[in-house]
Design a protein around this ligand. Structure first.
Ligand SMILES: [Cu+2]
Length: 237
């Protein structure tokens, strides 16, 4: 049983780690999250294998043969040592994993630098609007999300109607947009490119099309885009 368990665990962990569960990562927060996921695979596969092997062993060795249907097994009155062991081990595993997850969460939610940029995110049925506050003027609004690479961003998320959920899978971070309150998340994009923005909370008939695109640009390019938007806004007035 032990040998079979070790082999099955090794194969399970290898498969679990080989599968690309997430899209390409594009933020500094993605690293610790993906690592946490790998640690969960390392711990959960052996637990699954242990339970399955004991079940299969029991089915094979303790099954009733024809003619034994009316027989009952020996009466069992509990086994204190066994019960202490099977309570203590899962409890220790849970406490360790929860502590580790809490450390990761605290780490990724922390401010990543002094020059944090503010972006307001507004969710409504069925579209996202991104607002870039401008000193002494109206915020610049866009239906596409533009961000500079390597600059920490803090999103201030709101909803106008029902609950939505602002999610860029490549950034890994995700937060509900709730009518009446403002929720916040931090992201530091660290890879150039375009990534899907999706709504992750079923919000009505158009939920599936409540999508946008996040563009991560070089700083200079981002500044040019922002200046263009400001220019267009002035001309429209
Ligand atoms: Cu939605």
């Amino acid at each position: 049983m032990v040998i079979h368990g070790l082999i099955a665990s090794a194969i399970g962990i290898a498969i679990g780690l080989a599968i690309e569960w997430f899209p390409e990562s594009a933020s500094t927060q993605a690293g610790p999250i993906d690592h946490l996921y790998d640690v969960l695979i390392w711990t959960s596969v052996p637990v699954f294998v242990t339970v399955t092997i004991i079940v299969l062993f029991s089915v094979r060795n303790f099954k009733m043969r024809p003619g034994e249907e009316q027989l009952d097994g020996p009466p069992i009155h509990g086994n204190t040592r066994l019960e202490v062991i099977w309570t203590a081990i899962p409890a220790i595993i849970l406490v360790v994993l929860c502590s580790y997850a809490w450390v990761v969460l605290t780490d990724i939610e922390e401010a990543q630098g002094q020059d944090e940029m503010r972006v307001n995110v507004v969710g409504q049925q069925f579209a996202w609007t991104f607002e870039y506050p401008q000193a002494g003027g109206k915020p610049i609004k866009s239906t596409q999300l533009y961000l500079p690479k390597d600059r920490p961003v803090r999103f201030y998320v709101k909803a106008l109607d029902v609950i939505h959920d602002f999610w860029v899978p490549a950034f890994r971070m995700k937060i509900d947009a709730v009518p009446g309150i403002e929720t916040k998340i931090r992201v530091t994009p660290n890879r150039l490119g375009t990534y899907p923005v999706v709504c992750a909370e079923l919000c009505g008939l158009g939920h599936a099309v409540m999508r946008s695109t996040a563009h991560v640009l070089e700083r200079g390019e981002f500044d040019r885009w922002l200046a263009e938007q400001a220019q267009e806004a002035r001309e429209a007035q």
